[in-house]
Design a protein around this ligand. Structure first.
Ligand SMILES: NC(=O)c1ccc[n+]([C@@H]2O[C@H](COP(=O)([O-])OP(=O)(O)OC[C@H]3O[C@@H](n4cnc5c(N)ncnc54)[C@H](O)[C@@H]3O)[C@@H](O)[C@H]2O)c1
Length: 255
């Protein structure tokens, strides 16, 4: 589908990969509803992007909050065509650490935000897309989710994060199949290492060491490179039901 004059809801749109996607879609003549729990960053980005953007504060795990953001897109921009799910969190904890078994609540929290939050967002976005008139290719909308290469090469301490991301990758095909008759595609991106606030706590030395592990190009990915992949997906009707690694051929080691 074309981006120009089409409307995207972007969860986690206030920062990092989601922010870069919001900028790209707005620059290409699209409209964006930035959904995030970070009010200050979300409002600032929406103000910067001007009439093409709106901010909705919501937690992705909250049904009412996502419904309100979808309604905001319909009320202010007239339709919703793209549901781009970037909101996610990480936490490092082993199955059994020095303090004993990983608290179940910590495992559940990551699954809730990353997996349940992604599903909550995409299901309500897809419902709104069904109202769209199909375009010449029969398309009504596109869903893009964000897994991680930790879905496949989870490191020590990534048990909850990897489980959540593997589930996001795993649900891509059934989502695409469920929505095929409605002309809605679903594609998942599994990023490698991207330079976003998620990695913000790392020293320059740690970043250099991570970069050196990436075969080519031997550096961290930049958020606009993720946004370029989203754009390619939105524009490519044959791309459906697939998880795409975007990682410079990185295969992560155990630690
Ligand atoms: N940066 C990387 O190297 C990398 C690699 C693989 C996967 N990812 C995934 O990409 C996605 C985006 O990550 P990023 O690097 O841009 O991180 P980021 O921290 O810069 O952005 C994430 C955004 O999501 C928002 N968010 C978090 N929990 C939320 C919730 N419950 N409800 C609403 N908003 C919430 C945050 O406020 C933040 O604005 C995440 O799902 C992350 O797991 C990132």
């Amino acid at each position: 589908m074309e981006i120009e004059d089409h409307v995207a809801l972007i969860s986690g749109g206030a920062s990092g990969l989601g922010e870069a996607t919001a900028r790209t879609i707005a620059a290409d003549g699209g409209r964006v509803v930035i959904l995030d729990r970070d009010e200050a960053k979300g409002q600032a980005l929406a103000a910067e992007l001007g009439a093409a953007a709106r901010f909705c504060r919501a937690d992705v795990t909250d049904e009412a909050g996502i419904r309100a953001a979808v309604k905001d897109a319909l009320d202010h921009f007239g339709a919703l065509h793209f549901g781009i799910c970037c909101a996610g969190i990480g936490a490092a904890k082993r199955v059994v650490g020095r303090d004993g078994a990983m608290p179940l609540a910590e495992f559940t929290r990551i699954i809730d935000v990353n997996l349940v939050g992604t599903f909550n967002t995409l299901r309500l976005a897809a419902e709104a897309m069904m109202q769209n008139e199909p375009n010449a290719d029969g398309e009504r909308g596109v869903i893009v989710t964000t897994a991680s290469i930790a879905a496949f090469d989870g490191q020590i301490g990534q048990v909850a994060y990897s489980a959540s991301k593997a589930a996001i990758a795993g649900m891509t095909l059934p989502i695409a199949r469920d929505l095929a008759a409605r002309g809605i595609r679903a594609v998942c991106i599994a990023p490698g290492l991207f330079e976003t606030p998620l990695l913000g706590g790392l020293s320059e030395e740690a970043k250099a060491s991570l970069s050196a592990q990436v075969p080519f190009p031997p550096r961290l990915g930049q958020p606009p490179e993720y946004a370029a992949m989203v754009k390619y997906i939105l524009n490519s009707p044959m791309l459906n039901g697939e998880t795409i690694r975007l990682d410079g051929a990185l295969r992560m080691s155990p630690s």
